[in-house]
Design a binder for this molecule. Structure first.
Ligand SMILES: [Zn+2]
Length: 411
């Protein structure tokens, strides 16, 4: 084919696959020479040289140093240049809109946050716009180096159409969020469900980096899982895979708001943990929690319970361990179904560390007799509360070709 002939869809596809292969190796194995890239990808030197040149032109790769010669001229080594571009990631949460500007390696260069109390569609949307506006105005990259905006939203999301089908927190129904933001900011926009964004963030840049099979669970006021198996984000038919809140973990347990009994969320969400602690305190149990909350039971947070448990408080330890056992039952089922390398746990209660992690690990090992349960690593999240925002930013980086699409298959 001569240079002037138009590319067919086939050749564009092949070019994209080849570029992904070279780009991924550059990220994972760089600094690396063009010759080594050709050898490892089994592509022709001409193809690899042309892709490497394109990556250098885009500033995604840069010359690093002269390598060692194995005879002949010493090769030039190239490395990934993660700070060449950045993207905005926003996580819309139940009381806060958190935004980051992240570089291509997931590192954060800027944050912006708005908190809110009133449940109002307009307010949450306007706060989201404020956060994005602030980040665009202060982003430490030129406007043409800002890849776009990724959003992590709780609720049911139509990823292809960019719509929030339903988000009960603010009464959003069929909200064309992507179009609204594209019109306002004239940047590419991707949206996804927040648990998926959490898994993308942790899988690419956090605790799951380098593994292809992870289950990422956020233990908050609700519970949700983002699942990556074989390097592919598991969405299911309706993008609801990972909705684990109402799986049964305690057949004789109390009634859940869904009408069933003993659901995971009823036994191990942060609200369940707090209610359990308050119930025992009202029955007269002694605990340092009373002192921490200055005698006001309504002020007790899951952070306080975790802190008290870490310090050896008997009531807090018992409450946290019980939640850990129920989480362990739910996670054991996921481990049996999915055989992940790693289960990554996020949320305030997980910061308690050993008091919650130990019962989870013990129950998972007890209830999964296969190799899957014995070898799976159960670890705290690595990126902190910004993980979904970073994951959302990564969505738009991948969509815009600033990260290779074979790092993580999104559908
Ligand atoms: Zn339920």
């Amino acid at each position: 084919m001569t240079r002037n002939q138009p590319m067919t869809a086939d050749t564009q596809w092949v070019r994209r696959v080849n570029r992904d292969a070279v780009f991924k190796l550059l990220i994972e194995r760089g600094p690396i020479s063009r010759t080594a890239l050709a050898r490892l990808t089994h592509l022709t030197p001409a193809t690899v040289f042309s892709i490497a040149d394109e990556l250098v032109q885009q500033d995604l790769a840069q010359e690093h140093s002269i390598g060692h010669s194995i005879g002949g001229r010493r090769p030039m080594l190239f490395k990934f240049n993660p700070t060449a571009y950045a993207a905005i990631g926003v996580n819309i949460r139940s009381s806060q809109v958190t935004g980051v500007v992240a570089y291509l390696d997931g590192s954060i260069c800027l944050t912006a946050t708005r908190t809110y109390r009133v449940d109002s569609t307009i307010q949450v949307l306007s706060l989201t716009n404020e956060v994005i506006g602030e980040l665009i105005a202060s982003a430490p990259v030129p406007p043409d180096r800002l890849a776009g905006i990724g959003l992590a939203v709780p609720g049911l999301v139509d990823v292809e159409r960019g719509q929030v089908i339903e988000s009960v927190n603010w009464g959003w129904k069929d909200l064309p969020l992507r179009n609204l933001l594209v019109e306002k900011f004239s940047l590419p926009v991707c949206i996804d469900e927040d648990d998926n964004a959490l898994a993308i963030g942790e899988g690419l840049f956090g605790a799951g980096r380098g593994t292809s099979n992870i289950v990422c669970i956020k233990v908050g006021r609700g519970l949700g899982a983002g699942i990556i198996i074989g390097g592919t984000l598991l969405r299911g038919a309706d993008n609801t895979a990972g909705e684990i809140e109402h799986i049964l973990v305690a057949p004789e347990g109390p009634q859940c708001y869904c009408g069933n009994y003993g659901c995971l969320t009823r036994m191990a969400s942060t609200s369940a943990i707090i209610s359990q602690a308050i119930r025992q305190l009202k029955q007269g149990a002694a605990s340092v929690l009373l002192e921490m909350a200055h005698g006001d039971l309504d002020q007790i947070t899951v952070g306080m319970i975790g802190e008290a448990a870490s310090a050896g408080d008997a009531l807090a330890t018992q409450v946290i361990e019980q939640a850990g056992r129920y989480l362990g039952i739910g996670i054991a089922a996921l481990v049996s179904f999915l055989n992940p390398d790693m289960v990554i746990l996020g949320g305030g209660v997980i910061r308690a560390g050993t008091p919650i992690l130990e019962p989870i690990r013990r129950i998972v090992r007890l209830r999964t007799l296969t190799t899957a349960g014995q070898r799976v690593q159960i670890v705290p999240a690595g990126l902190g509360t910004e993980a979904p925002a970073i994951g959302a930013a990564a969505l738009v980086m991948i969509q815009q070709g600033l990260l290779p699409s074979n790092l993580l298959k999104l559908s």
